[in-house]
Design a protein around this ligand. Structure first.
Ligand code: C2E
Ligand code: CA
Ligand code: CA
Length: 280
């Protein structure tokens, strides 16, 4: 029995080794993927719960890998964060999102803002503010048409640096959202001190929205009133059903994102729907 256990461990080690090699290979392919234009952005609608209009879209990166096919971010964002490659990759996402978003002004009278995810490493870089300022100037995108999504852990990393960076970004006039709100540390003091404009409440609270007065509904209702008291808007993530959307609207939640309102898709598809006047 002991021997068999030993063999299992060897197998396990070998497997882990193979997986580790595959991860390293994937990571090493990121810079060439960037050079060869293998990355692209899908966008997902952020829809007003009051009137159904398209307020914004979130940019979600995808990798058309020559051997592995289209990869979702869960496959490579973590890797890119570990290796630091998130800095060039995230920089590309930011630039591409602004470049595409500028074109939407001509497509619709009320062009949506574009919301871009920022990794901790990006926010820690002292030249991020300069990068964003240059990007806005180069593309001509109005600052309030750009939203940056940061996570609670970025805020809670303890350092003064990210806070100063966020203030400078807010001074440029860009919107700042806290992503996956409610899943991380629950220190709310930073909401008072930070130039945040929006809370994106994690989908796990939305999933619990079945019966009225369920615990998750009470949590969401108090989050919404807290946010509104601080002059923040609230977007609920992961909204998959009309029933959830209705509960959220009743609670006073401002906006929603999720399959019920539209899956991530190329920008042209989302804008075509706005132009066509179809409800999102
Ligand atoms: P996230 O920022 O929370 O983005 C929302 C994710 O939820 C997206 O997955 C989206 O497709 C998915 N989603 C949307 N609606 C629904 C729904 O109704 N139900 C369910 N179950 N899921 C829904 P995606 O595109 O695979 O992205 C996963 C994560 O990868 C993102 O989570 C974000 O943390 C990260 N990510 C994506 N793009 C970037 C990027 O450019 N930079 C960085 N740093 N992270 C990124
Ligand atoms: Ca996000
Ligand atoms: Ca999120």
């Amino acid at each position: 029995a002991k021997d068999a256990g030993g063999a299992r461990w060897e197998l396990y080690d070998a497997e882990r080794d193979t997986r580790e090699k595959a991860r390293r290979a994937l990571s090493a392919a990121i810079p060439t993927g960037l050079e060869r234009g293998e990355f692209y952005l899908d966008y997902q609608p952020l829809t007003s719960l009051q009137d159904g209009s398209l307020l914004g879209v979130e940019a979600l990166v995808r990798w058309r890998h020559p051997q592995l096919g289209v990869l979702r971010p869960d496959r490579f964002i973590g890797l890119a964060e570990e290796t630091g490659l998130i800095v060039p990759l995230g920089g590309w996402v930011l630039a591409e999102a602004c470049r595409e978003a500028v074109g939407w002004s001509a497509a619709t009278a009320q062009p949506p803002y574009v919301s871009v995810n920022l990794a901790v490493r990006q926010v820690r870089r002292p030249d991020l503010v300069q990068e964003v300022r240059a990007l806005l100037r180069r593309t001509g995108l109005p600052p309030d048409r750009l939203q940056l999504e940061i996570t609670e852990s970025t805020m809670m990393s303890g350092a003064e640096e990210p806070i100063r960076t966020l203030r400078a970004l807010a001074d440029l006039g860009v919107r700042i959202a806290i992503d996956d709100f409610g899943t991380g540390y629950s220190n709310l003091a930073y909401l008072r001190d930070l130039p945040v404009t929006e809370l994106k409440v994690a989908g796990e609270f939305v999933r619990g929205l079945r019966a009225p007065e369920a615990a998750d509904e009470r949590i969401l209702a108090s989050l919404v009133s807290l946010a509104h008291a601080l002059n923040l808007t609230v977007t609920a993530e992961g909204v998959e059903t009309g029933g959830q959307a209705e509960r959220l609207r009743a609670i006073g939640c401002d906006a929603a994102q999720g399959w019920h309102f539209g899956r991530p898709a190329p920008a042209v598809n989302i804008l075509a729907r706005v132009k066509g006047g179809a409800p999102c």
